[in-house]
Write a protein that binds this ligand. Structure first.
Ligand SMILES: Cc1cc2nc3c(=O)[nH]c(=O)nc-3n(C[C@H](O)[C@H](O)[C@H](O)COP(=O)(O)O)c2cc1C
Length: 280
């Protein structure tokens, strides 16, 4: 079920294209919902700057997202300096869009402020365990997602870059991140060039549960998604046929299993501990 040609098509049409099933959409004329339902990551941008004032406005909107216990544990580093942009891009040869994007931001979790508040108020921090890291990481993710939704509502294109975490020490150095502040993802921002197809998602029966979590039909859902995804947006780049063979078709589940059959980012835990977190 290919996506509508008309960006102003009804919300239900976008949802049907995304999930391969009819979803009775209430609030069908809501522009915010339609913009969010049309989401897609885009990696090619016009050679046209994004006004720094607009980037700052979008940051302000994104940081208005909900905050766990009102702790406000997300930071955004807007990388404007050409030298720093180049240093980050050099770490990301597999993501050339990070170099080409007119604007580049890094979304960070920040548990340093909370610790400073404890020092200022003279109360010990009695929660120096995994939750301290987890809360800040979740918050950075929420702010990132909110930024993307806000940017797309204006017609901007974005691409998150978690690959920066493959080089966390170097990124922390380039951005002078202090202890207890860590990068969650970069974000390319620009005006879109060309068309990128929307990525279908797993059927909602796999991801929405009512009252009780139920994944008894998971294997069938994955098989259905593999087939639908292959028909709608086949994966073009195959991972390591030399190791895993040239199976046809190359499905989503084959790609994900191949991706995580190889060690990735194994130094991340050590980095997080090095910057001061206890993860017990
Ligand atoms: C936290 C996060 C990290 C991501 N990291 C990368 C990345 O390093 N490089 C990249 O090209 N895309 C990255 N992406 C984009 C995903 O590949 C993309 O969201 C996914 O394929 C689904 O496509 P869609 O966003 O168009 O629906 C990332 C997305 C998220 C949410």
């Amino acid at each position: 079920m290919s996506e509508p040609k008309d960006p102003a098509a009804p919300l239900a049409d976008w949802l049907r294209a995304r999930y391969g099933e009819a979803i009775p959409a209430v609030a069908a004329q809501n522009d915010t919902l339609r913009s969010m339902a049309r989401h897609r990551t885009m990696r090619h941008y016009l050679d046209r700057p994004v006004d720094p004032a607009l980037v700052r406005t979008l940051c302000a909107v994104a940081l208005a997202a909900p905050s766990k216990s009102d702790l406000q544990q997300a930071d955004i580093v807007i990388v404007e300096d050409a030298g720093q942009r180049a240093a980050l891009a050099a770490l990301l040869p597999d993501n050339p869009w990070a170099r080409a994007a007119p604007a580049f931001l890094v979304f960070c979790g920040n548990n340093r402020r909370q610790r400073r508040v404890h020092e200022l108020r003279g109360h010990g921090f009695a929660n120096d365990h995994l939750d301290a890291f987890f809360n800040a990481a979740v918050e950075a993710g929420i702010v990132l997602g909110t930024f993307v939704a806000a940017a797309e509502s204006l017609g901007l294109a974005t691409c998150p870059i978690s690959a920066i975490r493959n080089h966390a020490d170097e990124v922390a150095k380039v951005l002078t991140l202090p202890p207890h502040v860590f990068p969650v993802a970069g974000l390319c921002v620009g005006w879109p060039s060309g068309f990128t197809a929307m990525t279908p998602r797993l059927p909602l029966a796999a991801t929405i549960h009512t009252d009780r979590h139920d994944d008894t039909a998971l294997d069938a859902h994955i098989a259905e998604y593999d087939a639908r995804r292959d028909a709608e947006k086949p994966l073009r780049a195959r991972r390591r046929d030399d190791l895993f063979g040239a199976h046809q078709p190359y499905t989503w589940s084959e790609d994900k299993a191949r991706q995580y059959a190889q060690p990735e980012r194994t130094g991340w835990g050590a980095f997080v501990r090095r910057i001061g977190f206890r993860l017990d």
